[in-house]
Design a protein around this ligand. Structure first.
Ligand code: HPA
Length: 274
């Protein structure tokens, strides 16, 4: 069952009431192994998801499950420390519920981060990719069901899901920091199983550079609601079938851990410029 508009409004009213006039402008969703960024927020107001009406709990390992509002990179932010995924048993609409709520709270921009498998054979794990576009072939959409015109139109355009202006910000930030930044297409797979080598070959043939189990539902919902999105991917492992070794959640977390310094530097520089 899709949530009525009143639920979004109730969630947003609760958050606003706890912020005492503070207005976040940039919403952020922190992916696997990147949750520590929420701990860098200054003057934080921390709201556990369980306290926010209609919010769902995050069950994935390494996802704390709280909203942290405050200043990061000099910007008023609302950071989702821990995201919820479709593979946890939630609908795509539940997965992206918070994006709409944060739009109502006042956020006009959204930063989505994730860890994903690297499909592009010319790149390596540990590198960071700026998402320029995505592929989502699987059934269902976070926008399926009754359209809520308070957020957007029935058939929203997806030509510029990832804001060209924010892509420029990311490229410039990486350049200033002397960090290599890959750019490419993120292909959504629902998980929780990793892809087969044949699925990865198919995705590569279709133009994908990375494979992951998140981000796209939130990005579609944000585009529908007219928010500007920046997507940054940590390529945490080579995708299935590229190396002669099995994939594991441990490898994903170990790479995220190793890359956290670089990733957070880039993210903070982007925030300063937004
Ligand atoms: N595939 C899908 N999702 C992922 C991967 C992967 O290889 N690595 C991290 N998240």
């Amino acid at each position: 069952m899709n949530a009525p508009f009143s639920h979004y409004q109730e969630s947003a009213d609760y958050i606003s009431s706890r912020l005492g006039g503070f207005l976040p402008r940039v919403a952020m969703v922190l992916g696997s192994g990147l949750g520590f960024l929420g701990d860098l927020v200054e003057k934080p107001v921390v709201l556990p998801y369980g306290d926010i009406p209609h919010f769902k709990a995050s069950t994935a390992p390494g996802h704390a499950g709280r909203l942290v509002c405050g200043l990061l990179g000099g910007q008023p932010v609302a950071v989702m420390q821990g995201r919820i995924h479709h593979y946890e048993g939630y609908s795509l609409q539940e997965v992206s519920y918070a994006v709409r709520v944060l739009k109502l709270v006042g956020c006009s921009q959204l930063i989505l981060t994730n860890a994903a498998g690297c499909i592009n054979r010319d790149w390596s794990s540990g590198e960071i990719m700026l998402i320029t576009d995505h592929i989502k072939f699987f059934l269902d959409s976070p926008l399926r069901g009754e359209n809520l015109p308070q957020f957007g139109t029935r058939f929203p355009d997806m030509t510029r899901v990832y804001s060209p202006a924010l892509q420029r910000v990311a490229r410039q930030s990486a350049q200033e920091l002397g960090l290599p930044l890959r750019q490419g297409v993120y292909c959504y797979f629902p998980g929780p199983q990793f892809e087969t080598p044949a699925e990865i070959r198919a995705a590569r043939a279709l133009g994908a550079d990375a494979a992951g189990m998140s981000t796209v539902p939130e990005a579609i919902t944000a585009a529908h609601a007219g928010m500007e999105t920046l997507g940054l991917t940590l390529l945490s492992n080579m995708a299935a079938g590229i190396l002669d070794q099995p994939l594991s959640g441990e490898e994903v977390n170990a790479t995220a851990e190793k890359s956290r310094e670089t990733f957070s530097q880039l993210l903070l520089r982007c925030l300063e410029k937004m």
